[in-house]
Structures are given as structure tokens and as C-alpha cells.
Design a protein around this ligand. Structure first.
Ligand code: BGO
Length: 272
């Protein structure tokens, strides 16, 4: 059996700790991510000695503004997990799916586990899982970590996805002007270290993410060419590039929700 590395990612309070404890039991070790005081938790999947699970810090996005976000994205980009389990709080779909779209761009195979389904159902919400799975292009499963529901299904889908090396990564598409600029950036930065993650790198450069730009050691001429393309996009829409990306993601989340969710408005926690 091949060794499998799973990264557990999701928003704060989505139920990640509950799921991690359920999956690993007492087979856990806690340390720190190097250089920062963010807790690093790892464990072995119960009854699967070949499968390691790394619990990533809870985050809302993959920007470089907090140590949690930097730790999570560096792990996902550099430590090459075989699969990401993205835990989504089913009562806060809009905000949580916004992270899902970003995780997909990293290019690591992903399984979306919609948690808190006991609450969603109790509140009369319904998520059309097959439709959502089709529109995202990734496996989606419903779980309740608290009530231990859907966990076997989650594990078998996760192992399937980790073992399937043939399926190409799937990303959300931005509008054609942004896509053209992303393609241009990709053509300028492509080398061996970025090839596998070229979508992630091109979006981050479009967003003017300094960490990423500095890490690539591009020459000045290339940087200038890239910046002038980004600037024309910004002028066209009269907005900053990072805001253009955020808007497009939220627009797509709206489309996902209107097609795949029915119940109390867009988010539906027990307080409504
Ligand atoms: C408290 N269903 C329900 N109903 N609740 C869930 C589920 C689920 O599937 N999964 C998790 N929770 P964490 P992060 C709590 O702690 O795992 C609950 O941040 C409380 N605590 O029990 O900590 C879980 O690691 C007092 O709730 O999430 C926890 O991602 C009153 O969601 C919360 C009510 O889970 C966050 C809840 C003293």
C-alpha cells in the first residue's frame, strides 16, 4: 500500500478539530510549524497505518497576511500532500466555499466534506451534492463530525482521489480578460519549480502577492511586462487586481449556491 498524506483544511470553527480527533483517535502528535508559534498537529488515520493526516490552521483565504495562512499555503504547495480534505461548514456555505475555490487552485486533488449536516437538515436546508460536485469538478460528501455521520464515505472517497493520479486539476474560470492575463503570466514564469502549481503562482502574481513574486527570482524585464498586463486589466475594470479576483470568486460562489442549495438564505446557522 502506498503512503498517503492528507492535509485537512478549512475555515476557523468549521469542525476541523472534531473531525481530526474522530479520524485519528489518540494517534496524534503536536508540535509547531517551523519559525512560527502556530500549532502543528499530525496523526495516523485509524486502521490505516499508511495514511498521515496533517491538521492545518483554520483560515479564510490563502493570502499572505497571517502566519496561519502562510503556514497552510506553504504546506499545501511545498510538502505535496496527496489529497486535501476541505472541511466546509454547511451552515456557512458562502464564506466557506470562497476558501474552497482557492484551495482548488493549488492543484492538489481535493475532497470537499460538508460538515454540520445535522444542523443544516434540522434547519430545513438542502444541499444538492451531485450538482455541486459537478459544478466544482471535485468529489463532495456530506458529514457530521459531531454525530459521526458520513465518515466512512469520506474516507473511502479520499483514498480513491489520492490514488487516482490521472485526473487533471480543475479550477474556477475567471472572466476572459483575467484569464488572458493569467495565461500570459504563466508563460513568463514557467520553469520546473512552478510547473505543477502554475495556476496558483499565476493567480498569486496577478494579485501582486510579494512573497510569491520574490520567491520566483524573475528578472526585471519579465516583472515589468507582467505588471503592465496586470495594470491594463486594472484600468479596464477600474479596480485593483486583488479585488477583481475576490469579486469573481464571490460571483461564482453565488452561482454555486443558487444552483446547489435550498433553505434559509445563503447561510443558515442555528441562530436564524
Ligand atoms: C463547540 N455538527 C454539529 N452540530 N456541531 C459540530 C459538528 C457537526 O457536525 N462538527 C463540529 N461541531 P471545532 P475547528 C460548542 O465546541 O472542531 C461543533 O475550529 C461548545 N463548546 O462541537 O472546534 C463542535 O477546529 C459549546 O462546538 O472546529 C464545536 O474547525 C456549545 O462546532 C464547534 C456549542 O468545532 C467547532 C458548541 C464548548
Amino acid at each position: 500500500k502506498m503512503n498517503i498524506k492528507i492535509g485537512l483544511a478549512g475555515n476557523p470553527n468549521c469542525g476541523k478539530t472534531t473531525l481530526f480527533n474522530l479520524l485519528t483517535g489518540s494517534n496524534q502528535y503536536v508540535g509547531n510549524w517551523s519559525g512560527v508559534t502556530v500549532e502543528r498537529k499530525e496523526g495516523i488515520l485509524k486502521n490505516h497505518n499508511n495514511i498521515t493526516i496533517t491538521d492545518l490552521p483554520g483560515i479564510y483565504s490563502l493570502s499572505p497576511y497571517s502566519p496561519e495562512e502562510v503556514v497552510a499555503r506553504n504546506y499545501l504547495v511545498n510538502e505535496k500532500p496527496n489529497v486535501i480534505i476541505n472541511i466546509v461548514d454547511g451552515t456557512k456555505l458562502e464564506r466557506n466555499l470562497y476558501l474552497t475555490l482557492q484551495l482548488m487552485e493549488i492543484g492538489v486533488p481535493i475532497v470537499v466534506a460538508i460538515n454540520m449536516m445535522d444542523v443544516v437538515r434540522k434547519n430545513g436546508g438542502k444541499i444538492y451534492i451531485e450538482k455541486l460536485s459537478k459544478m466544482l469538478g471535485v468529489q463532495v460528501v456530506e458529514i457530521s463530525a459531531l454525530k459521526n455521520l458520513g465518515i466512512d464515505n469520506l474516507i473511502s472517497k479520499t483514498i480513491q482521489v489520492a490514488n487516482n493520479k490521472t485526473s487533471p486539476p480543475i479550477f474556477m474560470k475567471y472572466n476572459s480578460n483575467i484569464e488572458n492575463t493569467l495565461q500570459f503570466i504563466e508563460s513568463k514564469i514557467n520553469n520546473n519549480s512552478t510547473k505543477e502549481k502554475s495556476r496558483y503562482y499565476s493567480v498569486k502574481i496577478f494579485e501582486k502577492d510579494k512573497y510569491i513574486l520574490n520567491s520566483l527570482n524573475l528578472n526585471l524585464e519579465t516583472i515589468n511586462k507582467i505588471n503592465s498586463k496586470i495594470n491594463s486589466c486594472e484600468e479596464l475594470y477600474n479596480d485593483e487586481s486583488v479585488a477583481l479576483i475576490i469579486n469573481e470568486r464571490y460571483k461564482f460562489v453565488e452561482v454555486l449556491l443558487s444552483n446547489c442549495y435550498s433553505g434559509c438564505s445563503k447561510s443558515c446557522d442555528s441562530s436564524n
